[in-house]
Design a protein around this ligand. Structure first.
Ligand SMILES: [Zn+2]
Length: 116
């Protein structure tokens, strides 16, 4: 079984009992150690003990992270013309009008058969 240390930059500062290490008189809060259960299934929790530690890492190194895959142009998903539908409830207000609302259906155009 292999291990990695949580990559959260402040992981070692949180006051939880599982982070307490060391002998009496010289105790420390230590970064959490994570087990790699399956090296073929690596995900964010393989390197971070929590969403908080992941977010702190991302916020601290955001410029470097963006350089991995910068987005200089927007992406687009083809859709059918949005379809608006008016609805009217059975509920009638005291002034005799009915509660109404509008929904808009947005459907993606299936392009899966275009790929491959
Ligand atoms: Zn952590």
């Amino acid at each position: 079984m292999s291990y990695v240390w949580c990559h959260g930059p402040s992981c070692h500062t949180y006051t939880t009992t599982d982070r307490v290490r060391g002998s009496k008189g010289s105790k420390v809060l230590r970064t959490r150690k994570l087990k790699i259960h399956n090296p073929n299934y690596i995900h964010m929790y393989s390197y971070f003990c929590s969403n908080g530690c992941y977010n702190e890492f991302a916020n601290k190194y955001i410029e470097q992270i963006i350089r991995i895959a910068p987005r200089t142009e927007p992406l687009e998903t083809p859709i059918h013309d949005p379809k608006k539908t008016e609805h009217e409830s059975d509920y009638t207000y005291s002034d005799g009008t009915r509660h109404t609302w509008t929904t808009t259906e947005i459907k993606k155009i299936d392009t899966s058969s275009d790929v491959g």
